[in-house]
Design a protein around this ligand. Sequence first.
Ligand SMILES: [Fe+2]
Length: 451
Amino acid sequence: MEYGIEHLTMAIFTDKRDLTLAAAGAEAIQAFDHVMDGYLSMAPDTGDRLKGVFAADPDMAMAHCLKAYFMMLMAMGGLMPKAQQAATKARELADNASPREQMHARAAGLWTARNMEGAARVWEEILLDHPRDILAARLAHFANFYSGDARRLRDSVNRIMPAWDAGVPGYSYLKGMQAFGFEESGDYARAQAAAETAIELEPMDPWATHAFAHVMEMQDRQDDGLAWIDRLRPHWTQANNFQNHIWWHEALMMMDQGRMDDVMAQYDAHVAAPESEEYLDICNAVSLLQRLEIMGLDVGGRWAPLAAKVQARTEEHILTFVDLHYALALAAVGDGKVHEMREFMAAYEGPEDDSNLPIMKALGVPLVDALIAYREGRYGDVADAMIPVRYEMWMMGGSHAQRDLFNLILIDATRKSGNAGLTRALLSERRAVMPHDDWTGKAFSEFSAVS
Ligand SMILES: [Fe+2]
């Protein structure tokens, strides 16, 4: 079977899920399967594994797609030109590959041109004909996560599930994704069951481990969540920097239990990630530090290294969710840089089909105004900026647990502004869904006693 005649050395093979791949030889296919295993299990050497594919076949279209995809997954402005080059190369080489591979090359082109929504549509289209294309499924999962729409996250995986069973390599990873889709949609029983199946089949699945942690966090089940994370620690600590996000979840559960000294220790040991420039590591750190401050702890000089990491990243505008975390770090050090970032965000026009652009306008700018007001002690302005968009915040993407940070900022600002009615209302609604949460209980009691 041939898709083109220009490169007569290019032959058609199949990967471990029987998807056709154009490559120079079986060695490249083996290396491709190996890098996919690394991607799905979040192995630290996934980048090196990709180099192995290029060593076996420098002209494999899907290898160039993967290169572009991996760079885009880093959400780092400095990597975008290289990601675009990889996508362009993939498009050229895909002429001799299958229609599915050509669609991947198209998706890589769209994503590297900032149109993640367009790329997600292509991945979902691929999955209609190739429901075992776990790369398309995983990337759609990422895009759906940052679209904020939990229904998309849930449905995307469930649409392809009938084509899978435990005999298909990678099934456990799909169950982990299914767990997270159910969890973000509020279907905690199905989410828990799917995560348990995933981990039974493959304990080294940080994403499924993490999906279960979310199920526990959302149900205020800290003891169960902490026990789960602890039991699987030998596995998920083998993962790449994503393990820092699981340490973050563990810290969040300790915080829910009021163990603030443990949280601070965990921050220093596993969440601050001083050497890392990865966006998720920075978001974890900002998010935990801000929570600690809201809960009355003195975090000392811990903001400065975070602000230093992001001060050259004020014009990236890749994900509004991420930009807002960067802005929090900049606002905390108070050197004026956050105002510059706010102006960049407000003025940014981007390409017309930049998926992040409408979110930046609708949410990013009002929320960055709120965060600046919060740091400057203009607490009344925080509520003015946040209340109108409060129920639209899901649109910035991220998880419910991550976005909860913005609810906490709003509550803290309203109580400091002396708005008794709104503070009581916000604490009451929080207490209803987190009845065991230490800080919420205390804040509600203290507030009720003085007002
Ligand atoms: Fe998470």
